[in-house]
Design a protein around this ligand. Sequence first.
Ligand code: CU
Length: 72
Amino acid sequence: MALIKETFNIEGMHCGACSTGIQMYLSNTDGIKSVSVDYNSKKAEVEYEEEKIKEADIIKNIEELGFKAAPV
Ligand SMILES: [Cu+2]
């Protein structure tokens, strides 16, 4: 299986709890192998299996939490 590593810019985080929330939500999402959300740089590094989840799904998941995401 192909593992893709991708960085996203996250908009709308206002504290460390926001980044923790996104990180917890994504790490429980099927197909996402690892995720690291950094509040200071406003970036999320995501490793995912392209057979299970697409970039657009990850963006949608983040938007469902009330944030905006775009690939770097
Ligand atoms: Cu917050």
